[in-house]
Design a protein around this ligand. Structure first.
Ligand SMILES: [Cu+2]
Length: 144
């Protein structure tokens, strides 16, 4: 085995410094905090169910959702499937803490939402008539 001259090791270290600094920069600003939501028929698939507090970008894809959907982000301690339904087959939004929403995402369209979320439990859901009952909801957690 050959031992490289000390200068080579130093050059390697110097090359690594910008990389390390850029990682520190990302950590300080908070990395891009995103989650992908795909509608598939009357279901809602979430790419991640836990993210860190801060600005969270929801990228919504309704290319396979069959019909128009929407996205509500609701802060709630209840599990996603346990919100109270009103007589109109929609979740009763009275008293719900809706922290973000995108209305009317047509079939074949994308939607996007950025919400600054504090730590806690959230429900992602579609509240078009009957859709919540069909299972268009998911739990989502934000950690400190
Ligand atoms: Cu829907």
């Amino acid at each position: 085995m050959t031992i490289p001259p000390a200068g080579a090791a130093r050059r390697g270290l110097r090359a690594a410094i910008p990389w390390v600094l850029s990682l520190a920069f990302l950590a300080a600003c908070g990395p891009a905090n995103g989650v992908d939501i795909k509608y598939n028929g009357y279901s809602l698939q979430v790419s991640r169910t836990t993210l860190q507090a801060g600005d969270i970008v929801f990228n919504i894809d309704n290319h396979n959702g069959q019909v128009q959907h929407e996205l509500l982000v609701v802060q709630s301690d209840l599990p996603a499937g346990q919100l109270a339904l009103g007589a109109d087959s929609r979740v009763d939004e009275t008293g719900l803490k809706i922290v973000g929403q995108v209305a009317k995402i047509d079939l074949g369209q994308n939607g996007t939402l950025t919400a600054r979320l504090a730590a806690g439990h959230y429900i992602l859901m579609c509240n078009i008539v009957g859709h919540y009952q069909l299972g268009m909801h998911a739990d989502f957690n934000v950690t400190p």
